[in-house]
Design a protein around this ligand. Structure first.
Ligand code: ADP
Ligand code: MG
Length: 321
């Protein structure tokens, strides 16, 4: 029935069926009533995050397949839970869909989203569905939990802490650079863009050990997200350009440009500060020291023995492109 638009009722029924009974630990009641009912673990606090995925802003239908849009949509929410050191409990999806959109697109979108949900044991517990007069709008809400008082905030960085990042940076921006030139970019060669992995295990591990004094996920770009930590903590930062782990992309696995690693967004790595020593790998993910927290409010970039100011120039999505 590809090409036939979907009624709201059959869409919800479809979602309900595909959600099945997977990963329902915290969920007492999921799709089908006025509200979902969740059980919060004893001694925990709730974490709630909400993120839009808007056609033309966060994705383009000619660049991103429906599975990719679904996968990236949930990644945004899971990554925010990871950045607090939390455990994701349930996801909620509000969709506004153009009348002309095919059933097939919606099913493939859900496949991508639910595939990632299953990987992290997070049930899709509800949402809303409406007609969009324009493009596709998807809003993901993820609810999580964290032991009382233990959420890792942006405001905990102190002078002398080291700055770390997980994985590598710039891979997502490099894919956009390529797509903008009209070339194709495959999910295999640019996996960080098309199939990013939210660092939930790393975040949980860091929180459990008490190793992260402040943490954020790299969604707007290193420079902008580090600026958020600096602002909230009332500190400055020094980053060594030569230490930043550059993503390897394309068939040749070439390293991305430093600018993409510094300012490119949507990598969904964790950026955190720590007072102690941190292992080089956590939960199979590389962890790299890239600088330190300093006095003042400025961010500085050390490059080839020279010191310059690092300005927050994070990713502006696809606006105006
Ligand atoms: P209400 O009128 O109470 O908002 P709806 O008809 O919108 O009820 O939704 C019925 C059920 O289907 C609810 O449990 C809701 O959470 C769920 N639901 C609706 N849209 C979605 C969606 N896009 N994804 C997941 N669940 C959905
Ligand atoms: Mg509704």
């Amino acid at each position: 029935m590809a090409g036939v638009p979907l009624s709201e009722k059959s869409l919800i029924e479809g979602v309900r069926r595909s959600v099945g009974r997977a990963g329902r630990s915290a969920l007492r009641l999921g799709i089908g009533d006025d509200c979902a009912v969740l059980r919060l673990p004893m001694g925990h606090e709730a974490l709630i995050t909400t993120d839009f995925s808007l056609e033309g802003v966060h994705f383009r239908r000619n660049w991103h397949g429906p599975e990719v849009v679904g996968h990236r949509c949930l990644t945004r929410g899971l990554s925010d839970i990871a950045a607090m050191g939390g455990e994701p409990l349930a996801a909620f999806l509000s969709l506004a869909l153009p009348a002309k959109l095919s059933q097939k697109w919606v099913h493939r979108f859900l496949d991508g989203l639910l595939g990632l949900a299953k990987q992290f044991g997070v049930p899709l517990a509800g949402g809303d569905t409406a007609r969009s007069p324009g493009g596709i709008l998807a809003d993901i809400v993820v609810m999580g939990s964290v032991p009382k008082g233990r959420a890792v905030l942006r405001s905990g960085a102190r002078v002398g802490d080291a700055i770390y990042v997980t994985g590598s940076l710039g891979g997502s921006a490099a894919a956009i650079d390529r797509l903008r030139t009209g070339k194709r970019a495959s999910a295999r060669d640019y996996s960080q863009h098309f199939r990013p992995t939210p660092r939930v295990e790393v975040g949980r591990f860091l929180r459990d050990r008490g190793w992260a004094s402040a943490m954020i996920d790299v969604s707007d770009g290193l420079s902008t997200d580090l600026a958020h930590i600096c602002e909230e903590s009332g500190v400055g930062a020094e980053v060594e350009a030569g230490l930043i782990p550059l993503a390897a992309v394309g068939k040749q696995r070439r390293s991305v440009d430093l600018d993409d690693a510094l300012h490119g967004g949507d990598d969904y790595e964790l950026l955190f500060t720590s007072r102690g020593r941190v292992p080089a790998t956590i939960a199979g993910v590389a962890v790299t020291k890239i600088g330190r927290v300093v006095r003042g409010r400025k961010m500085l970039l050390l490059r080839a023995g020279r010191r310059s100011e690092l300005k927050a120039r994070g990713w502006q999505h696809f606006r105006g492109s």
